[in-house]
Design a protein around this ligand. Structure first.
Ligand code: SER
Length: 592
């Protein structure tokens, strides 16, 4: 059987959809711009939500891409043969253009044509939406599959748990989907074995979502202004399935890292699969998170917390393989080398990646030492044989000492740990940090209300004023805008004095008072840059971009929306200025 590589599948997929008049767009950031309710981009649709809702995409109505994604809901499953936290999602998009018929035809052609994947037709199975009281049975997709020659017994109608797709938050554009499965050739697990069964006979390789609804907070569906198509094919998993590999870690993306680990540890992957896989997966995810242009650093909340966990878990599993010396930098360098031609941000942010890994390694080494000391202090005052969940959580939360280490040391001392109690404390903490996170720096606009839009334009004027005073090396490093206030991060080497704040405030108000029109133009990215438009997030733009100009005061590459004239904005007032992280300042401001 012909073996596929991820590079081949990626290239083939994009080529196919390009031949169907789709524009290739580059991957957006791993940190969502438009959705403060989640920590990471979990699916290709995340960055495209505004366009599914009707905003015009600068590249047109047919797009195709490979989107970097992180899903951490199953992080504890990593180590088995299939789970990954970081993965790439191939997608093709119709933004109010073609719908079910072409979407299904394209998929079938790509999968079965000898010019593309050439999968024998009898290996493919399909599911379609069975309908419920909210949305009707998808007879149309069923009939389209039949019209292509698919046998009836290769198609199943399944309920919304299987065949209706929406982002994890449960709010946003959504719709019924049709999923495509590959028959691995294994025996059926029972007479009733079907694509709905997770015995491993049928593996899902592609999901075509027909996004024509919007689901609100109350769970009600309404029709969107346009019918969209969102398809997603997990790159790594599909290559695994097509090649008949028993594990996703057998694909070529992991070859170099695996052999490096075998060399350093003098151990074989086959004998220590779990630790090898955790290290391979977590280091790839950590490298991509640190390599993103969003400045996420290891910390105790939000995305920084996930990053910390990925790095620390890697270190623990390296210790299990008896690797105690510092090799995180070498592991990350292997991934940077392997991926830099596709994701140039990894090379651009290489110093940050390597520095942060080393800093975190040093912190964690100290934590392990301190943690052991505190562990013994805790057990000295223990009544009985069980370390309480609260104590184990305190070691973890306050001192960063991992639960597994507490369990290990407890065993050595003939003690037990109340793991359920720990889980309870952990969950409470997570709920708290999720709430905090929803209101903290995520970048982007919380909504498109009138007030939020005013704050968005105020951000542009603020950046223009900052650059007037501190030079054109000042860039936006993030923003969070709600209808109540704006928060704006930028690079600057010092804390602002009261005089400086006043000067900036005055200048922004002066700009507002010019009653300048805000104009939006679309142009190729190169031209936008040549014309002097500022683009703070260089890797995220498509070939054609929108440029917003505020009179001759400000010119930025931006997706919008903005006010039409600055006279709508009111009076700008800085309420706080503080450090956001090293070299990055944060201004909080309101319009009165
Ligand atoms: N949004 C769908 C998914 O993630 C299809 O892209 O599976």
């Amino acid at each position: 059987m012909n073996k596929w590589t991820t590079n081949e599948l990626r290239a083939n997929y994009l080529k196919f959809f390009e031949s169907k008049n789709h524009k290739i767009i580059s991957s957006s950031s791993l940190i969502p711009e438009n959705d403060p309710s989640v920590l990471f981009t979990t699916a290709g649709m995340h960055p495209l939500v505004p366009y599914l809702l009707g905003e015009k995409h600068p590249e047109g109505k047919r797009l195709t891409d490979v989107q970097k994604c992180i899903r951490t809901s199953d992080i504890d499953e990593v180590g088995d043969s299939s789970h990954l936290t970081f993965f790439e999602m191939l997608g093709n998009w119709s933004l109010g253009d073609y719908f079910k018929e072409d979407s299904i035809k394209y998929s079938y052609e790509f999968l079965t044509s000898p010019d593309y994947l050439g999968i024998p037709k009898d290996k493919l199975y399909f599911s379609v939406f069975a309908g419920d009281d909210m949305a009707p049975k998808d007879e149309e997709s069923y009939n389209i599959w039949l019209s292509l020659g698919v046998e009836k017994d290769h198609i199943s109608f399944l309920p919304k748990e299987n065949n209706f797709w929406i982002l994890g938050s449960g709010i946003g554009p959504c719709g019924p989907d049709t999923e495509i499965f590959y028959d691995t050739g294994k025996e059926k697990c029972s007479e009733n074995c079907s694509v709905a069964c997770d015995c491993g006979k049928y593996l899902e390789i592609w999901n075509n979502v027909f996004m024509e609804y919007y689901r609100d907070e109350k769970g009600n569906l309404s029709k969107l202004s346009q019918q969209n198509v969102d398809t997603g094919m997990g790159l790594e998993r599909t290559v695994q399935v097509l090649n008949g590999y028993s594990s996703v870690y057998d694909i070529e993306e992991f070859v170099n890292i695996k052999s490096y680990l075998e060399n350093v540890s003098h151990l074989k992957y086959d004998d220590y699969k779990e630790s090898f896989r955790i290290i391979m997966d977590h280091m790839r995810a950590a490298t991509f998170i640190l390599g993103d242009d969003h400045n996420v650093k290891p910390s105790n909340v939000g995305a920084g917390y996930v990053l910390r966990r990925l790095i620390r878990r890697t270190i623990r599993h390296l210790r299990k393989l008896n690797i105690n010396e510092y090799i995180l930098g070498s592991l990350a360098s292997i991934y940077i080398e392997d991926y830099k031609s596709k994701y140039d941000e990894l090379e651009r942010n290489k110093d940050i990646i390597l520095n942060e890994l080393e800093l975190e390694y040093n912190k964690f080494s100290k934590t392990l030492k301190d943690g052991e000391r505190l562990f013994y202090k805790t057990i000295r005052s223990l009544n009985g044989k069980v370390i309480s969940g609260a104590d184990a959580f305190k070691l973890f939360d306050t001192f960063g000492f991992p639960l597994e280490m507490t369990i290990e040391l407890a065993k050595e001392n003939n003690l037990e740990v109340d793991i359920d109690g720990f889980d309870k404390c952990f969950k409470e903490h997570q709920d708290k940090s999720r709430t905090l996170d929803a209101g903290s720096y995520k970048g982007g606009l919380a909504d498109h209300s009138e007030m939020t839009i005013k704050y968005h334009t105020a951000c542009h004027l603020l950046l223009a004023a900052l650059r007037e005073f501190y030079g054109s090396d000042v860039y936006q490093k993030g923003s969070n805008i709600t209808s109540e206030r704006l928060r704006f991060d930028f690079n600057l080497d010092h804390k602002l004095t009261d005089e400086e704040k006043k000067r900036i405030e005055d200048r922004v108000n002066e700009m507002i008072k010019t009653n300048s029109d805000v104009i939006c133009e679309e142009m190729p990215y190169e031209e936008a840059v040549k014309s002097g438009a500022i683009g703070s997030f260089a890797n995220k733009y498509g070939e054609t971009v929108k440029v917003y100009s505020v009179g001759n005061l400000s010119k930025e590459i931006c997706g919008g929306p903005h006010v039409l004239n600055t006279k709508e904005m009111g009076k700008f007032k800085i309420v706080k200025e503080e450090s956001s992280s090293a070299g990055i300042r944060r201004i909080k401001a309101v319009l009165e």
